[in-house]
Design a protein around this ligand. Sequence first.
Ligand code: 5RP
Length: 237
Amino acid sequence: MTNSMNPDTAAAPALTQDQLKTLVGQAALNYVVPGDIVGVGTGSTVNKFIDALATMKDQIKGAVSSSVASTERLLALGIPVFDSNDVSRLSVYIDGADEIDGHGNMVKGGGAALTREKIVAAQSDRFVCIADESKLVKTLGVFPLPVEVIPMATRRVMAQFVAKGGDAKLRLKDGRPLVTDNGQHIVDVTGLQITDPLAFEAEVSQWPGVVTVGVFAFQRAQVCLLGTASGVKTLTF
Ligand code: 5RP
């Protein structure tokens, strides 16, 4: 008896998180409507989608992008980027998530692009979320909730989250407050259990100084392409 494995019966090595992201990024191409402009999100999973989209760039008009980073990647690959104001509706918006629940509600903004992501999602007929299975949760609130705030309201907004039982921290970059593409700050909130995402999003969105809360319930996903050990699983909501 030896330790060597029979190649016919050996289990395939588990896919890395990076490979799962590549798989779902490629699978999202099936939702791109030829001849259309595509809504494009932000993040490491979306970067895989953008790379895949480049293989069919001659079949689409271009993209509306949700961040400076995605715009730069799209343009570098020869995909035209349109201003969202010049496009009335998008057939599909493809984006990642920090968390997604069993109803398609999400927490987003880990990449600080939540405001533009919500805008492009709102002008799209369908939100297709691409994520690896670590992002699927029963109740939103495990991942720190990003909230984009106008700097002069930061302390007040943080205190309001503390009053709700959360713990709020200003996001830093290189020791300084991170500044978003919109010139604002990000507060990350832990310790929340978001059991009613619609009510939570409606409430926090009205607090003075909140630009965007990272709960996407009004702009929830209709489809999630989830990268799992056994391949891409399609969830529909
Ligand atoms: C950026 C986002 C991203 O979609 C989210 O953070 C997931 O990113 P990744 O694909 O890198 O895990 O909301 O603001």
